[in-house]
Design a protein around this ligand. Sequence first.
Ligand SMILES: NC(=O)c1ccc[n+]([C@@H]2O[C@H](COP(=O)([O-])OP(=O)(O)OC[C@H]3O[C@@H](n4cnc5c(N)ncnc54)[C@H](OP(=O)(O)O)[C@@H]3O)[C@@H](O)[C@H]2O)c1
Length: 259
Amino acid sequence: MVDVAWSLDGKIALVTGASSGIGSHFSRVLARHGAAVVLAARRVDKLNDVVNSIIREGGKAFAVEMDVSSSESVDAAFAIIANQVGVVDILINNAGVSGDAVQLSDVSLDDWDFVMNTNLRGAWIVAKEASRRLVDAGKSGSIVNISSIYGLREGVFKLPYNISKAGVAQLTKTMAAEFSKSKRAIRVNALCPGFFDTELNSEFVNSDYGKKYISKTPAGRLGKLKELDGPLLLLVSEAGSFLNGVLLPVDGGHVIQPV
Ligand SMILES: NC(=O)c1ccc[n+]([C@@H]2O[C@H](COP(=O)([O-])OP(=O)(O)OC[C@H]3O[C@@H](n4cnc5c(N)ncnc54)[C@H](OP(=O)(O)O)[C@@H]3O)[C@@H](O)[C@H]2O)c1
């Protein structure tokens, strides 16, 4: 018999950055485990494709346009969700961009702002709004922020990205600490993926340099999206009810690679 602690029946999940890659995959996984899933991003046509495929599988899914770098867009999207679906119990704060791959001296102000506004400020705005609505409704909830191994370890040529993801890691721990101090039943954890082949990094991981880099990591290969499913479900479901403020690498050991 399947342990009900892993079930998401009756839960409403919001996934940002659900129009491609990890976010669209997570939306399908959450729907298969019983959640009604709200998929958010800027490319609504792509969201609708994923929504339709979830519905064809028998799941519940809705699309909402959201630009996480705009607080007006986030507010408008939450108003639609509240009106049409309900209070979000599970937030997957996944929307992200990688920015330019350049040396420190060539990082532009525009690229810094673009990456920070999406990855860090955007994650904060969405988490703030989701948690405010949970508190107002007197409900418990689970927030999973998508950081990166580069939020935990050093990396080169991606200064704004790495700093934004370290910020997401600290956002995770600080929110978890504050909610537990104020006795709010909102758990906040983060997944820190290694390398997965998505739109974000396809060019790099399929380049000769990228393939060589990946071959030198402890696992010697890219992650498969399905290898994120167990960690995701653990953090969002009752199976992980005693996990709070955790930064969980899912990287085949990349983050503890000996120098
Ligand atoms: N792939 C990896 O190896 C890897 C490793 C570690 C961490 N991550 C993290 O995983 C997350 C998902 O990335 P991915 O690899 O799946 O890449 P992806 O396929 O490029 O997905 C990024 C998603 O973010 C959305 N997005 C970007 N800017 C947005 C904005 N301003 N507002 C709303 N949505 C926005 C995009 O949708 P629209 O363009 O439609 O808005 C897209 O759905 C990111 O946070 C990334 O940093 C990925």
